[in-house]
Design a protein around this ligand. Sequence first.
Ligand code: SF4
Length: 578
Amino acid sequence: MDKIVRIDMGAEGGPQVRTESMGDYAGMGGRALTSSIISKEVPPTCHPLSAENKFVIAPGLLSGSAAAMSGRISVGCKSPLTGGIKEANSGGQAGQTLARLGYAAIILEGAPAANACHKVVINKDGVQISDAGDYKGLRNYDLIEKIKAEYGDKVAVMSIGPAGEMKMAAATVAVTDREMRPSRHAGRGGVGAVMGAKGIKAIIIDDDGMKMRQPKNPEKFKAANKTFNQGLRSHAVTGEGLPAYGTNVLTNVINEAGAYPTYNFKQGQYDDAGKISGETIAELETKRGGNPTHGCHVGCAIRCSGIYVDKDGNYITKQPEYETVWAHGGNCGICDPDAIARLDFLDDNIGLDTIEMGVTIGVTMEAGLIGFGDAEGALRLVEEVGKGTPLGRILGGGAALTAKAFGIERAPVVKNQAMPAYDPRAVKGIGVTYATTPMGADHTAGYAIATNILKVGGDVDPLSSEGQIELSRNLQIATAALDATGYCLFIAFAILDQSETFNAMVDTINGMYDLNLTGDDVVALGKKILSMEREFNQKAGFTKEHDRLPRYMRREAIAPHNVTFDITDEQLDTLFNW
Ligand code: SF4
């Protein structure tokens, strides 16, 4: 991974491709690279859909190698949803294939001609960009079928659906999985809208003829990777819970903890949670001939994904993630797994963030547009988004915009981004992360659920205001560094609990690059990334007042614990003091 490809969409005579060396960006990958490029090259006050914004794709430092779990790919830009810097990462096959072709990043810049629709093909012979007018308007699954017919079923694809083409702030970038389904997504912050603004419908990555990336110190790498793998297998979450039930194993856990936001964050428990739990859905998948244990990319050792089929065994969608089941399920009072699966498929097909859309639908239910529990109504509303009707354009702009349009105060958003599946009043550590991360409300930015609820990496009482700032700070730092490596975030459970697994992870990086990094270097990297992102946001106009939860969460107590969010503003403002 020693080169960067830049595509100037606004060049005279049509898009121009330029390949260059890493220069100032040498030694970076994933989020470290996307955030460095955005910080250095994008004016913070620019319009996110303008020529000045850039769209960056970067595999992690270990992607394309034999390191287990290292296939994540980061997408970075200035976000049209939050107005701040954004990194959203995804599983699927693109990270591994792009890294094997030797590319550390693809940068799309400039503005294309009006109504342009292009595809980019990257293979061992280089990078070609060409017109893709015949792809225009296609939903992700139809698009991939067309690409399969042209390029075979061994390529990896990153694509946008109609939501990205319409430049909606809830639009994703889809990434194909091992079976070449567009089921994995860089979901948050409207990154798909920025790809759409660059006039690129699909990036087709073909690593035929390329070899796995080789470590500089093979013995060290191999030994460390083996210990790391053993550590994943021996931990209860990564070795048992996630493989058996996927991320939706959390439904019962979070519901029992009283932190399951229900009916647009009105209560912390959902009576029908058992009907949509990970255990119930895994059993249904197995009975119908689906598959509850599946890896989203080659080299995944945990295999938290799965295949959801209908009663006749036909594919409906991938096993919906916990956050999706919650967003379209409990948050909207919908307890039918098939309806949730159809909503998941529709989101993936149109190219929409399932969290943003579920929360948006919850807001429309609160507004009385449809009733809580109305699954067919929810499907109809998502279809409106796919068709780009005036109502659909509002909904596709996300929960904050929808709340404004319908006069609803109770919009569960931070920096305009919808909160995920954990109520911040009942799990205060995650509330601190939602409030302060430069990304907008994002559970993955500092997953305090691990320590607050799952008791991984220690035990901090979720209902107390004590210790939450430090917890979130440490997790945000660790996550920023992890997002640079290409490792899937779910390794966090094992590395937080088992020091030998953490050391093995660091040594795998050392073996790959023949370095002598320590845990302190990992912390320093995380701090550097966060500081850079925060500085970008400050220059874009963000102040400490943006590091806050909606005020109603300080006022409205949530059952069953009857708690409000009571971490003070002064405490929140200390998060980045290091
Ligand atoms: S653990 Fe899950 S999300 Fe992570 S790489 Fe494996 S299948 Fe993908």
